[in-house]
Design a protein around this ligand. Structure first.
Ligand code: SAM
Length: 316
């Protein structure tokens, strides 16, 4: 990953290992994508586990993109859906208009996508909507916690895919609280999928509490990872998800044990208006008085040296 000079807007240009364009947020102290690169990450962690091959040509999928950012996940999904003759009805949740504008002004980013996909992202940046023969979309600008209830009012139980790509839980706990995750879960159709790069125990535990079944997103075959290694993320659904195709797999023993440690203490934000600091310090206090197993003992048992859940480590 190469990183450019700091810009006045606090967003620094980065290029991933696949050469694709990304940004680093000074405010969140984190990259928008992992070291493997934005486009590869979008394909491995969101498009591949979306299971588009299970849909008949001409079907319409309802999709919610949480943390639209540069639009990489949406562009990758749109391109794959168009190739398969699928229609999308799409909603995006995003607080900051600048990442998409920055991406669209960048020749490397523009070269990443087919002309039709680029045209839809341009419509989105200019008007907050896109429309074409392959469907339509609307961006709900603002704090996702405030915009989600109106989407839920219209689309409860009807969405086929929710792509959750917020900054990591320690950097942006607002979008990983059990309250927010329960609302996202309520958007899902009975066979819908919530997909995220995150494998943090707190997030997985909250998804389970919201009544979803979990699978891990398996790394593509042949990338040399040991069997006990972390997954690429989490897929969650109201119905059991199919495994056995090398894309999704059941949680490993290591991952299941992780859910019984203090790391599984949820992020809480019942008002939907708490600051990151308030959410993090309330969780620290709850962990201090928790009777759950020690996370460091679990880490030692499995020979793990670094913390889980963060984007950089999973991507390394
Ligand atoms: C990791 S980046 C997303 C990258 C993006 N999915 C892509 O494909 O380029 C996280 C995004 O979440 C947005 N975000 C942070 N807090 C938010 C909030 N409270 N509501 C909505 N979006 C938020 C950030 O502005 C940022 O664009």
């Amino acid at each position: 990953m190469t990183c450019g000079a700091s810009e006045a807007d606090g967003l620094r240009t980065r290029y991933g290992a696949d050469g694709s364009f990304s940004l680093w947020s000074e405010r969140f102290g984190e990259g928008f994508h992992g070291a493997i690169g934005a486009r590869r990450e979008a394909r491995q962690k969101f498009v591949r586990p979306a299971g588009l091959e299970h849909w008949d040509t001409g079907s319409t999928l309802k999709v919610v993109d949480v943390g639209v950012g540069l639009g990489t996940n949406t562009a990758a999904l749109l391109s794959a859906a168009i190739d398969r003759g699928l229609q999308l009805r799409w909603w995006g949740l995003e607080i900051d208009r600048r990442p998409l504008q920055r991406a669209l002004a960048e020749p490397v980013f523009r070269r990443q996508w087919p002309a039709q996909t680029l045209e839809l992202l341009e419509q989105l940046a200019a008007t907050g909507h896109w429309r074409c023969g392959c469907g339509s979309g609307a961006l709900l600008w603002g704090d996702a916690r405030q915009r989600l209830p109106e989407l839920l009012e219209q689309q409860r139980g009807q969405c086929d895919l929710v792509l959750l790509d917020a900054f990591s839980p320690q950097r942006c706990p607002e979008l990983w609280s059990e309250d927010f995750l329960a609302r996202l879960a309520a958007l899902l159709a009975p066979r819908g999928r919530l997909l995220t790069y995150c494998s943090a125990a707190a997030v997985r535990q909250s998804l389970l509490q919201a009544g979803l079944e979990l699978m891990a997103i398996a790394p593509p075959a042949g990338n040399g990872q040991a069997p006990t290694c972390w997954s690429l993320g989490t897929a969650a659904s109201p119905s059991p998800l199919p495994g056995g195709d090398g894309v999704l797999r059941p949680l490993s023993a290591m991952e299941r044990e992780h859910l019984a440690t203090r790391a599984a203490e949820p992020y809480r934000d019942p008002s939907g208006a708490a600051t990151a600091e308030e959410i993090l310090s309330a969780r620290c206090r709850a962990q201090a008085s928790s009777t759950a197993g020690s996370t460091s003992a679990w880490r030692r048992r499995w020979g793990l040296e670094r913390r889980s859940g963060g984007r950089a480590w999973q991507a390394a």
